[in-house]
Ligand binder design. Structure first.
Ligand SMILES: Cc1cc2nc3c(=O)[nH]c(=O)nc-3n(C[C@H](O)[C@H](O)[C@H](O)COP(=O)(O)OP(=O)(O)OC[C@H]3O[C@@H](n4cnc5c(N)ncnc54)[C@H](O)[C@@H]3O)c2cc1C
Length: 374
C-alpha cells in the first residue's frame, strides 16, 4: 500500500491531523492499534476546554490552547458537538491564596486568556452558592466538550476527505527509504503488512517516544522520551440539590499541578480530579484508599460534600516529555528535516491542553505536510 501521508494514532491529535490533511488531493491513511479510535488518553481526560491560564508565554501549549479554545467552540456550534461553555472559577479559600489571584490573572492575560475578572465573596455566592471561598478568578471562556463526539467529527471529516483507516494495526517498524518511509504494521490476525509513505505523522500519544525511537530518532538527546503521569478521578455519588455548574479549581498547589477540581459532565454527573502522580507502568486502576485525599482536597471550597459522597472512578495518563524533578517541557510538533528525517512529523508530549488545542494542532500539522509536499 502506498500513501502520501500515514498518520500513526487515532487519538484526538491524530484525528484532527487527518481531518485537515485529507483534502481530497493526497492519499491519507490513519493506522491505529486498537479496534476503534480514542481508546487511550483522549477518552480519559477532564474534557475541559481550557482558557489558557498557566502555560509559559511563547510556548506552543499557550499559542495552540488560545487558538484551539476559539476553534473548538466554533466547531461544536457548527457541527452539533455537545459542549457547555460553563465557565470556571479559581477559588481562594484563605488570605494567602487571595493574594495570588492578581498574579495568576496577569500571567494568564499575558498569554491570551480572555474576559478574566476577580469576583468577590458576594458575587461568588450568587454565581455558585454551594462553593465557599473569599474570592475567585472567573474565566468565562472555559467549558467542557464531549470528546468522543469531537473525535467522531474529526474521523468523519477525514473519511469525507478520502482518508483510509486501518484499525487493529500496530506500527512495529519504520525504515527510511528513498522517497520516504516504509512502515511494518502488525495486525490483530497475526499478519504484518507493509505501508509506504512520503510523509509520516507520529501522533502515538503515550507511545510517541517509542515510535520516534523506532524510526531512529535519538529520543534521549531530543528529549522525546515519554514519562507517564497518572491522573485519577473520583465520582460524586450524591445528588446534590445544586451541584456547582461551573468548573471549580483551587488556587494551584505548590506541586506544579492545577489541583483537584470539579468536573461537571454533560450527562449531568460530576467528577473530582485529576490527582496526579508519576507512574512507571500504565495501570488504570483507581486506589480506593485515595478517598480521604480527594475529600481533603475539595472540602475547603465544597463543604457540602461529605467523604462518603465520593467513590473511585477512572484514571488516565498524560504523555510528558519530562520526568520527576525535571522542568516542564513544551509540545513537540515538528517536521524533522533538521534532524535528518525529511517528511517525518513528530507530535511528542501532547499532554494537557492537548484536547483543547486539537483543532489548532490539526491546522499546524496540515501546514507542515503542505510544506513538505510543496
Ligand atoms: C487525566 C487527564 C486529564 C486531561 N484533561 C484535559 C482537559 O481537561 N483538557 C485538555 O485540553 N486536555 C486534557 N488532557 C490532555 C488530553 O487528553 C491529551 O493531550 C490528548 O488526549 C492527547 O491526544 P493524543 O491523540 O496525542 O493521544 P492518545 O489519545 O493517547 O492517542 C494516541 C493513539 O495512538 C495509538 N498508537 C500508539 N502507538 C501506536 C502504534 N505503534 N501503532 C498504531 N497506533 C498507535 C494509541 O493506541 C492511541 O489511540 C488530559 C489528559 C489526562 C490524562
Amino acid at each position: 500500500m502506498d500513501y502520501d501521508v500515514v498518520i500513526i494514532g487515532a487519538g484526538v491529535a491524530g484525528l484532527a491531523a487527518a481531518a485537515n490533511a485529507a483534502d481530497g488531493k493526497k492519499s491519507v491513511l490513519i493506522v491505529e492499534r486498537h479496534g476503534s479510535f480514542g481508546q487511550e488518553t483522549s477518552s480519559r481526560s477532564s474534557e475541559v476546554i481550557h482558557a489558557a491560564i498557566y502555560y509559559p508565554k511563547g510556548s506552543l501549549k499557550a499559542e495552540l490552547c488560545v487558538k484551539g479554545n476559539h476553534l473548538l467552540y466554533e466547531l461544536a456550534k457548527k457541527h452539533s458537538i455537545p459542549f457547555n461553555n460553563c465557565g470556571k472559577l479559581i477559588v481562594a479559600v484563605n488570605e494567602d491564596e487571595e493574594k495570588k489571584l492578581p498574579g495568576i490573572m496577569a500571567k494568564a492575560e499575558e498569554i491570551g486568556a480572555e474576559g478574566l475578572r476577580i469576583v468577590d465573596r458576594k458575587e461568588m455566592a450568587r454565581l455558585e452558592p454551594k462553593v465557599s471561598a473569599l474570592s475567585a478568578i472567573y474565566c468565562p471562556t472555559s467549558g467542557i466538550i464531549d470528546s468522543h463526539s469531537l473525535m467522531k467529527y474529526f474521523l468523519g471529516k477525514a473519511k469525507d476527505g478520502g482518508a483510509d483507516c486501518l484499525f487493529g494495526g500496530e506500527v512495529s517498524a519504520i525504515e527510511k527509504t528513498n522517497g520516504g518511509y516504509e512502515l511494518s504494521v502488525s495486525e490483530t490476525n497475526g499478519g504484518v503488512s507493509k505501508v509506504s509513505a512520503v510523509i509520516v505523522v507520529n501522533c502515538a500519544g503515550l507511545s510517541s517516544g517509542d515510535v520516534a525511537a523506532m524510526a531512529g530518532f535519538d529520543v534521549d538527546k531530543l528529549n522525546y522520551r515519554i514519562s507517564y503521569r497518572k491522573g485519577v478521578y473520583f465520582r460524586v455519588l450524591r445528588k446534590l440539590d445544586r451541584m456547582p455548574q461551573m468548573l471549580i479549581y483551587p488556587v494551584p498547589p505548590e506541586d506544579a499541578t492545577v489541583g483537584v477540581h470539579t468536573v461537571p459532565e454533560l450527562s449531568g454527573g460530576m467528577r473530582l480530579g485529576p490527582r496526579d502522580e508519576w507512574s512507571k507502568t500504565l495501570d488504570y486502576s483507581v486506589d480506593g484508599k485515595l478517598l480521604p485525599v480527594f475529600h481533603e482536597a475539595v472540602k475547603s471550597f465544597l463543604p457540602v460534600l461529605d467523604a462518603d459522597d465520593i467513590a473511585p472512578d477512572m484514571a488516565g495518563f498524560q504523555a510528558k516529555r519530562y520526568g520527576p524533578g525535571e522542568p516542564s517541557r513544551d509540545f513537540v510538533i515538528r517536521e524533522e528535516s533538521g534532524n535528518g528525517f525529511p517528511g517525518f512529523i513528530n507530535l511528542v508530549g501532547i499532554e494537557s491542553p492537548g484536547l483543547t488545542s486539537s483543532p489548532a494542532i490539526g491546522l499546524m500539522v496540515k501546514e507542515l505536510i503542505d510544506g513538505c509536499l510543496g
